[in-house]
Design a protein around this ligand. Structure first.
Ligand SMILES: CC(C)(COP(=O)(O)OP(=O)(O)OC[C@H]1O[C@@H](n2cnc3c(N)ncnc32)[C@H](O)[C@@H]1OP(=O)(O)O)[C@@H](O)C(=O)NCCC(=O)NCCS
Length: 228
């Protein structure tokens, strides 16, 4: 009798373990599949070329630009330097004490960093820094920066560049486009939330009711994948 009870107990335990092992295997496979999507996206030489040429230029509201894409490290030094300077000009006050030249330079030149650069008459006027990356367990396109020179702001170019990133995310099967925005950046907050329909991401500190206070929000938009 004693042995039978023990056996029954062990049997139940074994079932539980088996189930947990299966679940873990499934989770590991899901993450590996997402990582494969990120690797595949990062191996695309020019993700902008996944889109038809119509999306390689923008000519509206007095702005006439051509748009190019490439890894940060492959852009000439003058573009890398301009990218850093416009980011500092537009963002330093919002960062406050957290702004660090060296850290921002390093972030902007990280191995997987890619830029969309919009040029007007050969001069850069806007850029986006994005990466294909894992965000927790999902393959995402993470938009690190979108920076426009003042003279081309509020003419629809920012919205167009965000649409390009969403289309590239769609073409590479990323699950969502994710970005971080300071609460104090009211213009950008309104741009993303009201005009582009970005919502608070489930990983944002405000969504997880974090006890610590932060000065930013993580926003995202889910990308509807193509049915096979
Ligand atoms: C924020 C930014 C990317 C927006 O790009 P943009 O080309 O200027 O914006 P768009 O013309 O595409 O604007 C689309 C809509 O977004 C909203 N919007 C954009 N800028 C806004 C502003 N300054 N104030 C309020 N709403 C704004 C408006 O609803 C606008 O539509 P409307 O002009 O018809 O009213 C750009 O202004 C910029 O580079 N700002 C400085 C850097 C920055 O803050 N980057 C974001 C970091 S998270």
């Amino acid at each position: 009798m004693f042995c039978a009870v023990t056996y029954q107990f062990k049997g139940k335990n074994n079932e539980k373990h088996k189930l947990r092992r299966e679940q873990r295997k499934e989770e590991a496979k899901k993450i590996a599949d997402e990582q494969s999507l990120v690797n595949a996206a990062n191996s695309v030489k020019n993700p902008l070329h996944l889109l038809i040429p119509h999306f390689h230029k923008y000519d509206r509201n007095g702005v006439n630009v051509t748009i190019e894409c490439g890894f940060a490290k492959d852009w000439p030094e003058d573009i890398q330097q301009w990218g850093f300077e416009i980011t500092r000009r537009n963002m330093k006050d919002l960062y406050g004490k957290e702004w660090k030249d060296k850290e921002k330079r390093a972030e902007l030149l990280e191995d997987t960093a890619q830029y969309l650069v919009a040029k007007q008459e050969g001069e850069p006027v806007a850029f986006c820094h994005f990466r294909f990356d894992m965000d927790f367990d999902l393959a995402v396109l993470y938009c690190y920066e979108i920076q426009l020179e003042e003279k081309v702001q509020r003419k629809g170019l920012g919205r167009f560049l965000m649409q390009l990133m969403e289309l590239m995310a769609f073409k590479t099967q990323m699950r969502k486009v994710v970005l971080t925005v300071f609460h104090d950046n009211k213009a950008a907050m309104s741009f993303y939330k009201s005009r582009l329909n970005y919502g608070v991401d489930e990983t944002s500190p405000s969504a997880v009711e974090a006890e610590w206070e932060v000065n930013y929000e993580i926003l995202s938009k889910t990308i509807k994948l193509q049915s096979k």
